[in-house]
Design a protein around this ligand. Structure first.
Ligand SMILES: [Zn+2]
Length: 183
């Protein structure tokens, strides 16, 4: 993959879209497997370190642990136990939930990019400054709405078909959004 790799480009939408496109591929694969369509990519120095997707959101094996970010982070740590996470950027196709956000924060990740807002369970608006010192001193960079419509389209397809979080605030909000059938 050809990646723009100078420092100024790292803050641009175009730069982030390159990696979000890979996370969206993972989300599409999750949807094809009947899973909640969230994909995740971890990037450092313009390189994809690890990618993954939501596991075990289906009825028979459902849990709220194997979210895309947590399951991908496990793979990444297993493969790179000495990684410096402070320069890793996390790309998620949906705003990280409280569990994923805090797990990534505790791991040392400070830059988070996501596509579609989670109006029900998103955790990235956690007011860190109100918490105990370990969290209050953390400075994060948050970038939202990168490839938002592509991710939205996957969630609209999901909620039309699957029961997970059906009739929830998130499902109702998602299905009410314009932009259906964008893909
Ligand atoms: Zn999560």
């Amino acid at each position: 993959m050809q990646v723009k790799n100078n420092q100024e480009n790292r803050d641009t939408t175009e730069y982030h879209e390159q990696f979000m496109a890979i996370a969206l591929q993972e989300a599409r694969q999750a949807l094809a497997e009947g899973e909640f369509p969230v994909g995740c990519v971890f990037v450092q120095d313009d390189q994809v370190l690890c990618k993954g997707r939501r596991l075990n959101s289906g009825e028979n094996t459902r849990n709220e642990i194997d979210h895309a970010e947590v399951s991908t982070l496990r793979k990444l740590i297993r493969a790179n136990p000495d990684l410096d996470f402070s320069t890793v950027t996390a790309y998620s196709t949906m705003e990280p939930c409280l569990m994923c956000y805090s797990t990534m924060l505790l791991s040392g990740i400070r830059t988070f990019v996501w596509a579609y807002e989670d109006v029900m369970g998103g955790g990235a608006n956690l007011p860190l400054y109100m918490l105990n010192p370990l969290y209050a001193q953390v400075r994060v960079t948050l970038v939202d709405r990168v490839c938002r419509n592509e991710s939205l389209a996957l969630f609209q397809q999901f909620f039309q078909k699957y029961s997970y979080w059906q009739d929830s605030l998130l499902a109702n909000y998602t299905l009410a959004q314009p932009g259906e059938n964008l893909l």
